[in-house]
Write a protein that binds this ligand. Structure first.
Ligand SMILES: [Zn+2]
Ligand SMILES: [Zn+2]
Ligand SMILES: [Zn+2]
Length: 85
């Protein structure tokens, strides 16, 4: 007799602990992909988590923080941005 389990698939494939969705709030791209600035082969796009729990590509949040209207705030909730790692 053969039992085929169909429901337990790739659930824990990419388990970021705090986020409820797995796209970058700035560029809206998946964390498994890299940010729009990192489309070159072999380049890795790191991911950073803030104290507020939001996660972004490092290049996206850097770009945001360098922009004048960021005021060093998280773009999602406007809390002071502080990198966790
Ligand atoms: Zn991004
Ligand atoms: Zn990047
Ligand atoms: Zn935030």
């Amino acid at each position: 007799m053969k039992i085929i389990v169909k429901s337990i698939t790739a659930h824990a494939k990419w388990a970021w602990k705090t986020t409820t969705n797995d796209i970058c709030g700035i560029c809206r791209l998946d964390f498994e992909a890299c940010c729009p600035d990192c489309l070159y082969p072999g380049q890795t796009c790191q991911i950073v988590e803030g104290a507020c729990g939001h996660i972004f590509h490092v290049h996206c949040i850097d770009k945001w923080l360098n922009s004048e209207n960021s005021q060093n705030l998280c773009p999602m909730d406007r809390l002071a941005w502080k990198k966790l790692q």
